[in-house]
Design a protein around this ligand. Structure first.
Ligand code: PAF
Length: 283
């Protein structure tokens, strides 16, 4: 069932809560793929009722990013949600979420601003304001759906860590469930933005997972010096790759690591043409 208004969702949630049912939320921006499917399956398995939100959130896109061309495939998304057993697809318009004319207007909209320490690194460095938009919309979705559990993919590991921090800091009564990255057999991590890749660019995109898998293999052989591990990346890069970052950070706190250990997550972002791809791996 697709619902487009907050009032309709609230009504349904009220009834479920009265019945004592547990509610899972899978927040998405649509263009659903097997990665999202795995999150929805997990929620359906774990919760009595599952809500999937499909909302291309304008306030998390920075100027010059792909807001207008971001893939919008609501019919296909709804079909997949039905197949997997989700109960509601919540697909609001930007006006429904933010009120007419209030988008991108700091004068009118209340934002949730995550801490600078967590934001001023990795994707937050080049996507200024992105995580303010993410935290604001996720907080709104939590208030609308009041889920017991919310499911997030580890592909966006920085996002996941920031949302966990927000939930702790603001005492939001929801349990965040991290879900593993889903990859194509080639190793490429699934992403809605993979739709932008030409065949050639898709080949180039394999460098991200190859670099990460190779770093993990080197670490497993006993190399813990981060500069040596970083150096192994360059043989996978060619003139089509614009490496934005390759960082070794603590998987819980995003503190910089001086020596790689079992709680290190390696994060990579590469631009291939106009397409910016991210991936990560636990050591
Ligand atoms: O990861 C995403 O797709 C988005 O950032 C999210 C969490 C749905 C918020 O818009």
């Amino acid at each position: 069932m697709i619902l487009h208004t907050i009032a309709e969702v609230r009504e349904q949630i009220k009834n479920w809560k009265k019945e004592g049912l547990t509610i899972g939320l899978v927040p998405t921006m649509g263009a659903l793929h097997a990665g999202h499917k795995s999150l929805i399956e997990k929620s359906v398995e774990q919760c009595d009722r599952t809500v999937v939100s499909v909302f291309v959130n304008p306030i998390q896109f920075c100027p010059g990013e792909d807001l207008d061309k971001y893939p919008r495939t609501l019919d296909a998304d709804n079909k997949l949600c039905e197949q997997v057993g989700a109960d509601i697809v919540f697909a609001p318009s930007p006006n429904e979420m933010y009120g007419e004319g209030h988008i991108h207007s700091n004068d009118f909209l209340t934002y949730v601003i995550p801490p600078y320490f967590y934001v001023n690194k990795l994707c937050g460095k080049s996507r200024v304001g992105h995580f303010d938009g993410v935290c604001t919309v996720v907080n709104k979705l939590f208030n609308i759906v009041r889920p017991d559990f919310a499911f997030f993919g580890q592909k966006d590991a920085q996002q996941l860590i920031i949302i966990r921090k927000m939930v702790r800091d603001l005492n939001i009564p929801v349990e965040i469930i991290p879900c593993p990255i889903v990859r194509e057999p080639s190793g490429l991590a699934l992403s809605s933005r993979n739709k932008y890749l030409t065949d050639g660019a898709k080949e180039d995109a394999l460098a991200l997972s190859k670099i990460l898998f190779n770093i993990k293999a080197c670490y497993d052989k006993g190399i813990t010096d981060i500069e040596s591990l970083k150096d192994t990346a360059f043989s996978f890069l060619n003139e089509h790759h614009n490496l934005e970052y390759l960082e070794f950070l603590d998987a819980d706190t995003l503190d910089e690591k001086t020596v790689a250990d079992a709680n290190t997550r390696v994060f990579i972002a590469v631009k291939i043409g106009d397409v910016r791809l991210i991936d990560n791996i636990m050591l």
